[in-house]
Design a protein. Structure first.
Length: 347
């Protein structure tokens, strides 16, 4: 659940506290989550503003979400917003992580189409025009698919390739390979996405799950413009675990497979044990016993661990905590009541 859940029944049945008249929908909303991105922010702002102005003729909003940065990201966004009515700065109350920061941005977006990019300019905002053409050719979602990732480390490329293939094998939803969150979505898709309340969010997988008509746009992924990656190995593993547990229960079945395997093995060894008891002098067999105990112990611990991963996630889901909490919104034009305001559910 979002703190500002745009279409929750509770929200719509309650009288709205905001009385301002909502401004009409802009053509495009650009959403970029930012975590310690002070080094890229000026360039990001400039390139996005230029492209958006060119493509929409000025009918756009630029939403920058500060995901609990510890550098000057928020003061910079705030300052830019003071001089630009197109810019909506959203400050989260702490670091909620990329996927939840992105969700916060999507819940603020009012545009007819919503364009998502990474703040570090690895996904060129200039591709908006092309994506819009594809969208207008009859698609609901146009997602960026990476043709090359030369700019990224060999380890990152290798691990990403392995991860997407494993995910495809494990899950029933066709999640396109080599994509990120770089995409242009029509408003109904975003609204459907926001209606999915889960806490563990793997947004690109959720969009794939939604269906609709989705088209790829192949592009070359660039180097980070400045700063360092905000996805160290630990976070990458967490995203991968969220993706797999959100989209597949196959790992839970692993213990069943191993159970059958070892039962078969035990049955075969039963013949051997009986045979040696009947026809030979049964040797003490300490070694085989130890090996079997160790293997079965290991497999059991893995199975219990996998169940623990799911159980922990179920625990976090049932608490139904908000996905993010907004501390401040800078906006000179009134926001539509459905997309925010300081009078959320509380929380
Ligand atoms: N990001 C975020 N919160 C986080 C981590 C990352 O909002 O806790 C943002 C980050 O500012 C960037 C995007 O998510 O806009 C992707 O992060 P990054 O470029 O560091 O990841 P990489 O491209 O190296 O996978
Ligand atoms: Mg990046």
């Amino acid at each position: 659940m979002n703190y500002f859940m745009p279409h929750s029944p509770a929200e719509s049945s309650r009288p709205l506290a905001i009385t301002t008249v909502p401004s009409p929908r802009p053509h495009i909303s650009l959403v970029a989550p930012c975590y310690n991105e002070e080094a890229v922010l000026p360039e990001l702002y400039q390139r996005c503003t230029r492209t958006l102005t060119e493509v929409t003729g000025g009918d756009y909003e630029l939403i920058l979400i500060n995901d609990g940065s510890t550098d000057a990201t928020w003061p910079m966004i705030h300052k830019l917003a003071e001089g630009d009515p197109h810019l909506v700065g959203v400050d989260l109350s702490r670091n909620f992580g990329h996927q939840r920061a992105l969700t916060a941005g999507l819940s603020m977006a009012r545009g007819e189409a919503i364009f998502v990019i990474d703040a570090d300019l690895q996904d060129p905002p200039e591709l908006l025009g092309e994506m819009l053409r594809l969208l207008n050719s009859g698609a609901d979602v146009v997602y960026g698919q990476r043709l090359s990732r030369e700019a990224e480390s060999r380890f990152k490329r290798w691990s990403a390739a392995a991860f997407y293939r494993l995910l495809a094998w494990l899950s029933e939803v066709d999640i396109p390979h080599d994509t990120g969150d770089f995409r242009l979505m029509r408003r109904p898709v975003v609204e459907a996405l926001l209606a999915m309340p889960e806490y563990h969010r793997f947004v690109r997988g959720m969009v794939a799950w939604l269906g609709f008509k989705q088209l790829p746009l192949r592009y070359h992924r660039e180097k980070r413009f400045a700063g360092v990656t905000k996805y160290p190995l630990r976070r990458m593993l967490r995203l991968a675990a969220d993706a797999i547990t959100s989209f597949s229960i196959a790992p839970l079945r692993v213990s069943t497979y191993f159970g059958f395997l070892f039962s078969g093995f035990a049955l075969l060894s039963l013949f051997y044990i009986l045979g040696s008891w009947l026809f030979f002098n049964a040797a003490p067999g300490w070694t085989s016993l130890m090996v079997l105990t160790a293997i079965i112990g290991g497999v059991q611990l893995i199975a219990v661990g996998i169940m623990g991963e799911y159980l922990g996630r179920i625990y976090l889901e049932v608490k139904r905590r908000p996905n993010f909490i907004i501390r401040e919104i800078t906006s000179v034009h009134p926001l539509t009541p459905s997309s925010g305001g300081e009078n959320g559910d509380g929380g």
